[in-house]
Write a protein that binds this ligand. Structure first.
Ligand code: CA
Length: 761
């Protein structure tokens, strides 16, 4: 005690001399201004004390917050003003001890020097218990290496709480938040995770993009007893699992999932309760609901609307198990209670899903009762993959399905839905099925903190200023350098010379000042020639939309590997978008391997859309998206679409897309080609695949209404999952038919190849 008093006195003396690293604002409260003062203050902590970090940016601050408070007198670490203490550079936080509270901090402009931003432990032996992290923000705090793994929050210990936090923009590999059960001291933990805002997480394009994981397969027969409630999951699109439950005894209750691709998956562990959750898919691709695996799961009173996901990512999925399953495979569904859920305007309910030679154990001793399934046209959205007699169906309501597959336990009648004040669609009062009528989804504004804005994740094209750019030498270079996110640069008639590679670091539109009449952009102006190895380089934060431009590679250097557009050769953690509309690209034939787009490893396009454009005389490929060769399930673009376009004399492939490996954690890549013409494509001797379109591991492919003349064949390799390939109504002139191979499944070819016309010449 005397020591402590002496210490406080020292602090106050230091203040009086004006050399303060810390001050005592009031009894037990210490304001610290630098890391040394913080360390000293931690050493002196006693129950009821508070350390206050001075407002400002704290660079490279690895906070180790330890102490033993009591339930009545916790020890607190907080900000002078919530939101005004910024932890940046290589900062992180470990808390260990009893009854600790951390509040009001912001992690931004940097990334953790370790594998974790916030850990509820100092080391394996020294954990946090009865402690709380609240009103903390982690915003785009990412390792710049996309596939370097780290975690934002790891919970250890027991009886901890994580609430009212704002986590947004996790972009590198690694689950955003996980509850760890790796020692007994962290099992049956009773943690509470509530009122957090899990903001948008972009598509990772690989495994490791989950938002919340509770447990791991290794400890999955252990109970975690964690409660996850009243959180808002806003477009948490990292991969196919938004939440992966891998332990038992958890309650996930009253969370809102807004347009989130993927599902809440009961992957491992028994006896979990999933109730009162609301899923709004908004009709967006791959939005899913709940996937049930294992024993003794209760799923009740959940609301699912507008979910478009299919297969394991459907609105509601009950899996088949593996008989005597190893701990990391699929345990049989037993004793599941599924009741009073509403599944509305959604595409798929799958029962006994995943049934195959290995997953042969059908669901047993389970009940499916008082659920409401509503689709406008009375469509039957059930798919039964195996024997479902182990599920007792009772008193479920269907909206006017003419010939439902499941008849016993379903009443098909005319249901009239009305949207309630709380935003949910409810049936007429006489229907005793679906969610309780007073269910209210947690609102975005009721989660996170009110002092930190919940921003949109990206700036749309054409939302900024419009800037005219006169023809001339490097006028375009100068204009791009000045442009702000969302701006549009308008090019007039005339020639634009470009003598350096233009770095695109913001979303930018570059367009002709006049609409393109007919199909010749040369007539509308904006002729660009460039003399470096690339015209544009897309860098972190950049996206590009081109309209009505005529771009020639005639002045490009006489060396191999030129491009019109390339991505940064360094890892990009921000995904980009590329739109090309009514443009012409010619003379891409200086030396060999001249591509239109060259994507580097660890770069990822959310979308690449080419429409009504012309490409001629290229010695390389048009879209070169094949640089992730490690076979880890990583790829370079989610949606690639080409429509109404013409490709002539292209030595490489029009699209070369590679997604290797057998991991099943992603929805993409997706590829579509419609109403286009390929002539003399793919014959170059450096085109190793020998294809005009090479699609390896693409999950969804549609090639329709196009003409292939004197070109190499389409080559598709199916690798994992159940890839959907449709090649229909095309004409192949002096071009052999598409080749589709199943690399791993051992199954018959699943591609739909029909109504194509084959002509000799
Ligand atoms: Ca995963």
């Amino acid at each position: 005690m005397i020591k402590r008093l002496t210490f406080s006195l020292t602090i106050c003396l230091v203040i009086l001399t004006g050399l303060a690293g810390c001050t005592s604002a009031r009894d037990g409260e210490t304001l610290v201004a630098d890391q040394a003062a913080f360390k000293a203050a931690v050493k002196a902590l006693k129950p009821g004390d508070t350390i206050v970090l001075k407002n400002g940016a704290w660079q490279d601050f690895e906070i180790l917050f330890t102490g033993d408070g009591t339930a009545e007198a916790p020890i607190t670490l907080t900000a002078e003003t919530p939101g005004s203490v910024i932890l940046s550079g290589r900062s992180n936080l470990r808390l260990a001890g009893e009854h600790l509270v951390v509040k009001g901090l912001v992690f931004r402009d940097g990334y953790t020097p370790t594998s974790t931003v916030i850990a509820y432990r100092r080391n394996k032996e020294h954990l946090a218990n009865n402690s709380r992290v609240t009103e903390v923000v982690i915003d785009n705090y990412n390792n710049p290496e996309r596939f370097e793994t780290d975690f934002w929050v790891l919970m250890y210990g027991k009886n901890n709480r994580f609430d009212h936090n704002h986590l947004v923009g996790k972009r590198n590999k690694g689950v955003t938040m996980a509850v760890r059960l790796n020692t007994e001291a962290s099992q049956e933990n009773g943690h509470l995770i509530d009122h957090n805002y899990f903001g948008p997480r972009s598509i990772l394009g690989a495994n490791g993009g989950e938002t919340l994981r509770i447990g791991t397969s290794h400890y999955s027969l252990t109970n975690s007893n964690t409660v996850v409630e009243n959180n808002f999951f806003d477009r948490t699109n990292g991969e196919l699992e938004v939440i992966s439950v891998k332990s038992g005894g958890n309650i996930l209750r009253a969370n809102t999932f807004f347009e989130a691709r993927g599902t809440l998956t009961l992957r491992h562990g028994n006896g979990n309760l999933i109730e009162d959750n609301v899923f709004f898919g908004g009709g967006k691709d791959h939005t899913g609901g709940i996937r049930v695996i294992n024993a003794d799961q209760t799923v009740r009173n959940n609301y699912m609307e507008g979910l478009k996901g299919y297969r394991f990512g459907g609105a509601f999925v009950v899996m088949n198990g593996v008989p005597n399953s190893p701990i990391n495979r699929y345990h049989q569904v037993k004793n599941a209670l599924i009741e009073h859920n509403s599944i509305i305007d959604s595409d798929h309910i799958q029962l006994a899903a995943g049934s195959d030679q290995e997953r042969a154990a059908v669901p047993v001793d389970s009940r499916f009762r008082h659920n409401l399934i509503f689709n406008d046209p009375g469509r039957d959205i059930f798919t039964l993959y195996d024997d479902v007699s182990g599920i007792a169906f009772e008193a479920n309501a269907l909206n006017n399905v003419a010939n439902p597959q499941l008849t016993t336990g379903f009443l098909s009648e005319t249901i009239v839905m009305t949207r309630s004040a709380s935003g949910l669609k409810l049936p007429q009062a006489s229907i005793d099925a679906g969610v309780r009528r007073d269910l209210v989804p947690i609102a975005k504004d009721a989660t996170g903190v009110d002092w930190y804005e919940k921003q949109e994740p990206e700036v749309a094209f054409g939302t900024g200023k419009t800037i005219d750019v006169a023809p001339g030498e490097d006028t375009l270079v100068a204009a791009v350098a000045q442009a702000r996110p969302g701006d549009t640069l308008v090019l007039g008639r005339g020639d634009y010379g470009v003598s350096r590679t233009i770095e695109i670091t913001v979303p930018l539109s570059i367009r002709s000042g006049e609409p393109v009449a007919g199909d010749d952009p040369a007539e509308s102006g904006g002729r660009i020639r460039y003399s470096r190895s690339a015209l544009f380089e897309i860098r972190g934060g950049g996206s590009l939309s081109l309209y009505g431009l005529n771009i020639s590679g005639v002045d490009a250097p006489d060396s191999a590997g030129n491009s019109v557009i390339r991505t940064s050769k360094y890892s990009m953690i921000k995904n980009y978008r590329l739109v090309v509309d009514k443009c012409a690209f010619t003379d891409l034939d200086k030396n060999h391997s001249f591509n239109f787009l060259s994507a580097a490893p660890s770069t990822f396009a959310d979308m690449i859309a080419i429409k009504d454009s012309r490409f001629s005389d290229a010695t390389g490929a048009v879209l070169k998206l094949d640089r992730e060769l490690d076979d880890y399930g990583i790829y370079n673009a989610e949606y690639v679409s080409i429509s109404g376009s013409a490709f002539e004399n292209i030595q490489g492939a029009v699209a070369d897309i590679y997604r290797g490996g057998t991991d099943e954690s992603t929805f993409g890549p997706h590829f579509t080609l419609t109403s286009s013409r390929l002539a003399n494509v793919g014959h170059g001797k450096r085109n190793k695949s020998g294809a005009s379109l090479r699609l390896h591991g693409v999950q969804v492919t549609s090639i329709e209404g196009s003409i292939f003349e004197r070109s190499r064949p389409i080559k598709v390799s199916h690798t994992v999952g159940e890839p959907v390939t449709h090649i229909t109504a095309n004409t192949f002139v002096a071009t052999v038919m598409p080749e589709v191979v199943e690399l791993n499944s051992g199954l018959e070819n699943t591609a739909l190849i029909e109504n194509n016309v084959l002509k000799e010449q």
